[in-house]
Design a binder for this molecule. Structure first.
Ligand code: KMH
Ligand code: ZN
Length: 278
């Protein structure tokens, strides 16, 4: 099996700073977290930004500050969110691509998201993909439901998306596919040939999904964006969630990828060789 790529999603758009003291919602805190999760075994950081008061922002200036803070403290692959927060316009969500991060997410379809709808119509997806192409940003395909894989195939037929790509299977969002090993196996079976994949289990399923992915040869995403707790009633720090996955992988005989190994596995340009434009 390939070395395990651990993605950390440390902030997200839904968790509020009053829910946990460990949310790194400023650029300075994101930089410190980047260093800590890198030491713990992460190779990708998935980035959302907040204003100083904790509210969501997709301001290009704030993403630039976050990027600089992360890069000053780590060699992690920096992956920007284009999902943003519910209520942001597609233009706001995709504007940050002009900073040319190595990777950014592309959610491959609309999905109920709690009581809201996370809207990703074909026009929205096409618009994001065109910007990714313009700025040379590698997509990570976010799959919340099985039909999202069919949507990715359709975008490939339209020649807006090349396949295979790296895919993140997001399981357990209220409104999306449940986080079960059976659903994970079904999705993995259905992926276009050659796609690598990670799983992001939401809430208490994060650990079970991570263990399944380690065993199946997939990769893992953890972090406070998806799960606030280390165990019942015990709030987590991002680096603790990463370190636990790295420990389990080591025990299972699966080495953990460094960022440079992850870049190689994902076909990204090595750091410092011109691929990292943000
Ligand atoms: N915050 C969600 C509405 C992404 O980052 O690409 C969308 C999300 C997905 O978090
Ligand atoms: Zn996100």
């Amino acid at each position: 099996m390939d070395p395990l790529i651990i993605t950390c999603a440390p902030v997200g758009a839904e968790v509020r700073p009053d829910q946990t003291p460990y949310l790194p919602y400023t650029p300075r805190l994101l930089g410190e977290t980047a260093r800590a999760v890198r030491e713990a075994g992460a190779s990708i950081v998935h980035v959302h930004c907040r204003n100083d008061d904790g509210s969501n922002t997709h301001s290009i200036r704030r993403f630039r500050e976050a990027y600089d803070a992360i890069r000053a403290q780590s060699d992690l692959i920096v992956q920007f969110s284009t999902g943003g927060a519910i209520g942001m316009t597609p233009e706001e969500r995709s504007g940050v691509l002009e900073l040319r991060p190595e990777m950014a997410t592309l959610t491959c379809g609309s999905v109920n998201f709690g009581d809201d709808i996370f809207e990703n119509s074909f026009p929205i997806m096409r618009g994001i993909l065109k910007k990714m192409k313009e700025f040379g940003v590698r997509p990570e395909l976010e799959i919340f439901d099985k039909g999202h894989i069919s949507n990715a195939r359709r975008l490939a037929r339209e020649r807006l998306l090349s396949l295979p790509q790296h895919v993140d299977l997001v399981l357990g969002v209220p409104g999306g596919l449940d986080a079960t090993v059976q659903n994970l196996a079904d999705l993995v079976d259905d992926l276009p040939a050659g796609c690598s994949w990670s799983v992001a289990g939401i809430g208490r399923q994060q650990l079970a999904m991570a263990m399944a992915a380690i065993a199946m040869g997939g990769h893992v995403r953890v972090g406070l964006e998806d799960n606030l707790y280390y165990a019942r009633g015990r709030l987590a720090r991002n680096e603790e969630l990463v370190a636990r996955v790295a420990r389990i992988a080591q025990e299972a005989g699966r080495p953990v990828a460094t960022p440079e190994q992850a870049r190689k596995l994902l076909g990204l340009t090595p750091l410092g060789a011109g691929g990292d434009g943000a």
